[in-house]
Design a protein around this ligand. Structure first.
Ligand SMILES: C[S@@+](CC[C@H](N)C(=O)[O-])C[C@H]1O[C@@H](n2cnc3c(N)ncnc32)[C@H](O)[C@@H]1O
Length: 204
């Protein structure tokens, strides 16, 4: 029997948008199965955190780094109805499109620029992380939100051990453009013993 190539453990060292795009394009066909096999818990935790803050179900949400759409599916399962997605990887976006749950999908830009919106919330599950987007994406995303808008993101144990990410988060909620209103450490990919912190920021 042919073995399916595994990508998960190779996901945390890549740098730069071209390498990230190539990695996820190559993974797109087997991503959902490999992630499910490892008990991917963070999309549901992020969607529940947004729902718990009372965000209206019809609020437009940008699923930033939507991948194959697992994060959008978690938002949809919480009852959110207006979800756009963007991703650097055309291969991942193609899978997301097939779910039929996104209002619009946008190719991600290597310079990190985002679709204009307007959005009431941005959801970045597993995206602002070593091996994916740099921490500067957090302020780019916050800039897109109106006052009172919400940004939910996760940072896995690799990111939590990387000072560039934790310092960037501290800078935002210490004296920056947003207030941290939720923070919870919990399961991310139990199959590889990896946890994550889910953060919700409210734009000031
Ligand atoms: C670990 S996957 C997470 C996908 C999805 N959010 C989920 O929870 O399954 C990370 C995704 O972020 C995308 N990504 C990384 N950097 C990005 C950027 N700068 N802009 C848009 N997407 C990006 C990758 O292409 C990949 O699909």
């Amino acid at each position: 029997m042919a073995m399916t190539e595994k990508f998960l453990t190779k996901s945390y060292g890549k740098r730069g948008p071209q390498a990230v795009k190539a990695h996820y394009d190559a993974w797109a066909d087997s991503y959902d199965a490999e992630i499910a096999e490892n008990g991917y818990a963070t999309p549901a935790r992020c969607a529940a955190a947004l729902a718990a803050m009372g965000l209206a179900k019809a609020a437009p949400i940008l699923d930033l780094g939507c991948g194959t759409g697992l994060s959008g599916a978690a938002l949809s399962a919480e009852g959110f109805t207006v979800i756009d997605g963007t991703d650097l990887s055309p291969g991942m976006l193609e899978k997301a499109e097939k779910r039929g749950l996104y209002r619009q999908l946008f190719p991600g830009r290597p310079d990190g620029a985002l679709p204009p919106g307007p959005y009431q919330a941005i959801c970045a599950v597993g995206v602002i992380s070593p091996g994916a987007a740099p921490i500067s994406m957090l302020t780019t995303a916050l800039d897109l939100l109106p006052a009172g808008g919400a940004l939910v993101m996760s940072l896995n144990d690799h990111g939590l051990a990387d000072a560039s990410y934790t310092d960037g988060i501290a800078a935002v909620h210490g004296h920056g453009p947003a207030r941290l209103i939720f923070e919870e450490y919990g399961a991310h990919l139990p199959g590889i013993n990896l946890n994550s912190t889910v953060y919700v920021f409210e734009k000031q």
